[in-house]
Design a protein around this ligand. Structure first.
Ligand SMILES: [Zn+2]
Length: 108
């Protein structure tokens, strides 16, 4: 059983209480009318699928029902950090997070 740290509840909760909602930090185009079909299609349908560090939008569906973000390593499934909406991740692909380091906000 994996436990995930909810940044709003402030505690570790069972994985079954959460649902993933897809890639985090997708910004809606400021002026959709000025977008080309390709730009609008990219916004609506195309998502990153990296091998490594990925930022995902999750919801604590059976808890506080709030959305938050998770930084997860897609190879090891290790959750590197969780953070509230509007906050930025401290771990990114550029920081080259080591998946073997101690996870922040998760325990197995
Ligand atoms: Zn919560």
């Amino acid at each position: 059983m994996m436990h995930i740290f909810c940044p709003y509840c402030g505690e570790l909760r069972e994985e079954e209480e959460f649902h993933v909602k897809g890639q985090a930090h997708i910004e809606r185009p400021k002026d959709p009318e000025a977008c080309s079909d390709a730009e609008w299609g990219d916004y609506l349908f195309f998502r990153n699928n990296p091998r490594g560090v990925h930022h995902e939008l999750w919801i604590h569906a059976v808890g506080c029902r709030k959305y938050f973000n998770i930084t997860r390593h897609t190879v090891t499934y290790e959750i590197l950090e969780t953070y509230r909406m509007g906050e930025q991740p401290t771990i990114t692909g550029e920081t080259k997070a080591d998946p073997t380091t101690q996870a922040k906000g998760v325990s197995a």
